[in-house]
Design a protein around this ligand. Sequence first.
Ligand code: PLP
Length: 420
Amino acid sequence: MKTTASYAKELDTQDPLAEFRERFVITDPDLIYLDGNSLGRFPKATKTLINDIMDEWSDSLIRFWGDNFNIQKDVGNKVAELIGASPDEVIIGESTSVNMYKLFVASLMVQEGRSRIVTDDLNFPSDIYILDEINRTLGNNHTVEIVKSPDSMTGPVEGIKAMLDEDTALLTLSGTVFKSAYNYDMADINKAAKDAGALVVWDLSHSIGSVPIDLNGSGADMAIGCSYKYVNGGPGAPAFLYVRKDLQEKLRNPIAGWHGRKNQFDFGLEYEPKDGIGRFLSGTPDVLSIAPISVGIDLLLEAGMDRVREKSVAQTEFMIALWEEHLKPYGFTLNSPRDAKWRGSHVAIGHADGWRINQSMIKDVNVLPDFRAPDNIRLGITPLNTTFSELHTAVMRIKQIMDEKLYENHQLEMTVGEGT
Ligand SMILES: Cc1ncc(COP(=O)(O)O)c(C=O)c1O
């Protein structure tokens, strides 16, 4: 593959998604933002929307609730369209962590007699903390098996399948792994789990908006995921929660608030869950945080996930070619799968001096990636607003850091509180 600046420019000229960059606020054109996989850029339409909501609140006061009362299901239905779910299978609300808690507990409560919970060591740590604490709360009657990746990059598919049998209650994995961007074959895993009678909860935080997802088509039971990464929903935007339709009535929400109760305005003291996905609601929706998610989803639906994926693959391939030519000679390793089929939309590169190089990228050359221990510099590519030329320039700036040893001016160790 060609790796020149002029080729990058040519690819930008031919890019069918190029106009989407204009839909985002870009205040520093020199900054190369490669962290949209952690916090997506700010869509221009979000600013207008937030102002409109403020006006509506000012004018209508309690009458504000009207249609806004159903925002969790309304935006959920929009998200469903993006991730291959059916209407009334998705709601928005709470954080990813809280939604995980709801679905993990709900799953374990219907899997009586099965004691094994399975995950892998590539999963987001929060997911494992939640599993461990649920196990403790429920009396330590389960074992949490963390299957090890052979290389800290690739999903241990065979090891996971070997753990699925009549004793397995729950399997939970990240669809796209947060460090390496490894992508699981969801249909393959779902089938193996189903054959064993195990339920599956997918963490799609790094998948939604970056890779096409077909929850119904892949036979997925349940899923949760962030909306502040590739969905551009804004800092701390609430998460989505998906439950397959025929499973909904079997599960109970362990955080059973009034919004999940049938006839909630009866204010009766007995809890009876709503029919359908609404039973997974708990409390009053945070409208100001949920509304912007619809802007991000609209942008992705308009672009089309097939086109987003096509550009993402082209851009991650381009980045890998640039790594091979310009960064590998300085000792950088490729910490993401080489084959695009198994890769999401970021490229992780490793280096023994990774932390210092990452700091130098941010402070010396105006490139903003993020760092995940022990040595991963994550280069997040968001096809709606990242250009091929930016990728080329970013790699040239990293090369400059290495040639001029700029990273030596930065501290060796990550200090507490420093995440990027
Ligand atoms: C893969 C994954 N799962 C879960 C979480 C936790 O999400 P939250 O902090 O919104 O609960 C994150 C956060 O970055 C994540 O990347």
